[in-house]
Design a protein around this ligand. Structure first.
Ligand code: SF4
Length: 73
């Protein structure tokens, strides 16, 4: 399986997206860690509307909390 097969991120304009190079998830992970963010695929794994606009650790924590409160996680 290629990384592009399972990547659920739709930001195809991002230079880190696996469709734009042959380095798999590595550039995305490095960029996210540098910015203290969580990759989009983790957000998309949770079937719940994001309660915040950002992609930082705190935004993911808010999404997890919201999903748990709604009983979808
Ligand atoms: S880590 Fe980044 S590149 Fe890899 S699947 Fe998730 S969003 Fe896509």
């Amino acid at each position: 399986m290629k990384d592009t097969d399972f990547c659920t991120c739709k930001d195809f304009a991002c230079p880190c997206h696996p469709s734009n190079h042959d380095k798999g998830c590595t550039p995305c992970i490095l960029k996210n860690r540098r910015q203290k963010e969580i990759p989009a695929c983790f957000f998309k794994d949770i079937d719940c509307q994001k309660p915040t606009d950002g992609w930082h650790y705190e935004d993911f924590a808010e999404l997890v909390k919201t999903a748990k409160d709604k009983g979808v996680l």
